[in-house]
Design a protein around this ligand. Sequence first.
Ligand SMILES: [Zn+2]
Length: 201
Amino acid sequence: MTTLAEAGRALALESARYAALGWMRGTAGNLSVVLEHDPLRLAVTVSGRDKGELTDDDVVVVDATGATTDPVKVPSAEAGLHGRIASVSGAGAVVHVHAFAPVVAAEYWPGGVELRDLEMLKGFGRAAHDDLVTIPVIPNGQDMRVLGDAFEAGYRSDTPALLVARHGIYVWGEDLRQARHRLECLEWLLRFAVETKRGVA
Ligand SMILES: [Zn+2]
């Protein structure tokens, strides 16, 4: 089982990596790993820190609703959606970044972004050919219960990603490494979709 200290170190390293890609600008974005599935306990990055400069201690434990009993540390405001995604999907890690192409894609295709016949889909865990992949899009908001309900309504176990319009992207996996690989490939796929788009949606 992952300890909180191990989780803190892993989350700081992952955050620095995403920050270097320009996907966690300012203090944007948040990452989590599951410490325990039943009852669900997640280690999530704390609120308001530069994601390129997190320390192993910039992590806090939350429950499935994103609430913490920590008297000092403040979890990310979006921890509740991490909790909902982990409890619905059974994921071991959830990553959320404010990369640009995913948000543009959600703007063009608010009903869901369709991807198919692209080699990089294999890196997302789907087939390179004859497999229509639709990345769901939900409206942005500040109430994580509302976002969680919208996520759950459109959830499919074979599509481990969610776009939040005018906000960012969530991707999940068995662990941080798998989530990262999926996110890297999906960001490429969404950039391809945006940059090859012609005319009006
Ligand atoms: Zn965000």
